[in-house]
Design a protein around this ligand. Structure first.
Ligand code: CA
Length: 230
């Protein structure tokens, strides 16, 4: 396996070095940045596979930096893990809204750090166009753009296809409408949140055959989840 390259944006030297040392020991390569200006320079040199981003940075905050990363075409796919000293729910939500994929509360153990890094990298693994994704009898072939349920092919639109592809490659996690828009439509387009509901509805309708629409679950007040668990 090729070693992943991580960028650690953290103004506190002790924490930055601890994170870097932990990453190195786990076989990753990394570089550090003390603020967002340095982070941009590092990203321009070498696009990281993942960014570990401190919430409280001098100048531009981690949150604002994460939003900028998500808005930029070159960097929008890079997963972000936020480091935060605060654990309040509201902050976590702010972090996710800004585009963070996960967060770690300080203080954290090296073991927790590596577990989260690996999990996020696994989820973010690049699109493999030749891969066939299968969940129970539902089959999505990314190379031929075909979807079938128990051998019966489904006729779905391109947006529903992308939506289903995203769900099947990111199962068992709740995404709000904004996150689905960013991931499926791209963060540069302006589309109203309810557009997501329209396409979810169409996708469910297409999957209703053999009751596969149950895989796409509404999580009240939070968003949608693709799950095999009822
Ligand atoms: Ca800090």
């Amino acid at each position: 396996m090729m070693s992943s390259y991580l960028l650690v944006v953290e103004d506190e030297t002790a924490i930055r070095d601890m994170v870097g040392f932990t990453l190195e020991r786990a076989g990753f390569t990394w570089s550090g940045a003390v603020d967002t200006a340095e982070a941009y320079a590092q990203i321009a040199r070498h696009l990281p596979d993942l960014i570990i981003l401190d919430w409280m940075l001098p100048g531009i905050s981690g949150i604002d930096f994460a939003k900028r990363i998500r808005r930029n075409d070159t960097t929008k796919e890079i997963p972000i893990i936020m480091l935060t000293a605060r654990g309040e729910e509201i902050d976590r939500i702010k972090g996710f809204d800004a585009g963070a994929d996960d967060y770690i509360c300080k203080p954290f153990s090296p073991k927790e750090l590596i577990a989260r890094v690996k999990a996020v990298l696994r989820r973010a693994s690049p699109v493999e166009p030749d891969k066939v994704h299968q969940v129970k009898g539902l089959r999505l072939d990314a190379s031929s753009h075909r979807v079938s349920i128990e051998g019966q092919s489904l006729d779905i639109g391109p947006t529903e296809f992308r939506l289903l592809y995203f769900f099947m490659t990111h199962p068992e996690r709740v995404y709000n409408r904004g996150q689905l828009l960013d991931n499926v439509w791209g963060s540069n387009v302006y589309i109203e949140d309810r557009t997501v509901d329209v396409h979810i509805r169409r996708l469910r309708k297409a999957l209703a055959n053999h009751r596969y629409d149950k895989l796409i679950q509404t999580v009240r007040g939070a968003g949608y989840r693709f799950s095999v668990q009822e």
